[in-house]
Design a binder for this molecule. Structure first.
Ligand SMILES: Nc1ncnc2c1ncn2[C@@H]1O[C@H](COP(=O)(O)OP(=O)(O)OP(=O)(O)O)[C@@H](O)[C@H]1O
Length: 233
């Protein structure tokens, strides 16, 4: 199987001159789940933003699903994002919309029919164990439940790739473990996941690759492409 994500010599300099990423090369295999670790400011969020097309690289290539995403024009970004589910630490939910409406949002934007939306939203809520909360508003839910709403929204359109930025950052250890189990279940059905996290204790008990960033660079180059041997160093 090929790569779902390939970064080749990618650098990102934000306006102001700071190098958030510096010459990063890495791959995520189709169907792989991997963790992105590193100190605060190491560049984890920036890396995910480049893949999600929230930011553009200053140098280098980002290839997702065999598409060089430099070629995705501004008006094509929404269509591109259909294939990438993004989960944030602070949940990014709309507090004046119900759980159902929050999860439905990506499908509404796509112009799906009401029947399709209802079916898919309920399937996504069922997956994250929140079917009974569809009429609630996010504010009345616990942190773990709010994060599961965010996850349902990310998976509702069945993207082949999920990016998660500190998805357990605001959760206690038991809830964090639950969220990781959900991710494992998605991975078992073929979804690729790249998950940025500080929670090294939790992830080191799990059998997934860790890609460590330090000051905008991949710490261990071997970890950047573990399935290739004898490649360029
Ligand atoms: N929009 C921006 N403009 C300017 N500098 C930025 C911007 N976003 C991030 N940076 C800088 O880029 C560097 C990398 O930030 P990034 O958010 O990618 O790190 P991180 O590893 O995700 O950190 P954390 O774990 O704290 O979220 C930091 O020095 C940060 O201050």
């Amino acid at each position: 199987m090929g790569d779902i994500v390939y970064l080749h010599r990618v650098s990102k300099r934000y306006p102001g001159g700071h190098d958030a990423l510096n010459d990063v090369t890495l791959t995520l295999e189709q169907g792989e789940m991997a963790f992105l670790t590193g100190h605060s400011g190491a560049g984890k969020s920036t890396l995910l933003k480049l893949i999600a097309l929230i930011e553009r690289p200053s140098r280098g290539q980002v290839v997702v699903n065999n598409q060089n995403i430099a070629q995705v024009r501004r008006h094509q970004v929404a269509r591109y994002r259909r294939n990438v589910g993004v989960i944030f630490q602070n949940f990014n939910l709309l507090n004046d919309r119900t759980v159902f409406d929050n999860v439905a949002l990506p499908l509404v934007i796509r112009g799906e029919t009401r029947d399709t939306i209802a079916r898919r939203v309920r399937a996504a809520l069922d997956t994250v164990g929140l079917l009974d909360k569809e009429r609630q508003y996010p504010m009345v839910l616990s942190g773990g439940e709010q994060q599961r709403v965010g996850i349902a929204r990310a998976i509702v359109a069945k993207p082949p790739l999920i990016l998660a930025d500190e998805p357990t950052g605001n959760l206690d250890p038991a809830l964090s473990a639950e969220i990781m189990e959900l991710f494992q279940r998605f991975n078992e059905v073929g979804v690729s996941l790249l998950i940025a996290t500080h929670d090294v204790e939790l992830i080191r008990s799990m059998p997934y690759r860790e890609i460590a960033l330090q000051s905008g660079q991949v710490l261990d180059r071997a970890a950047a492409a573990p399935f290739e041997s004898g490649g360029a160093s």
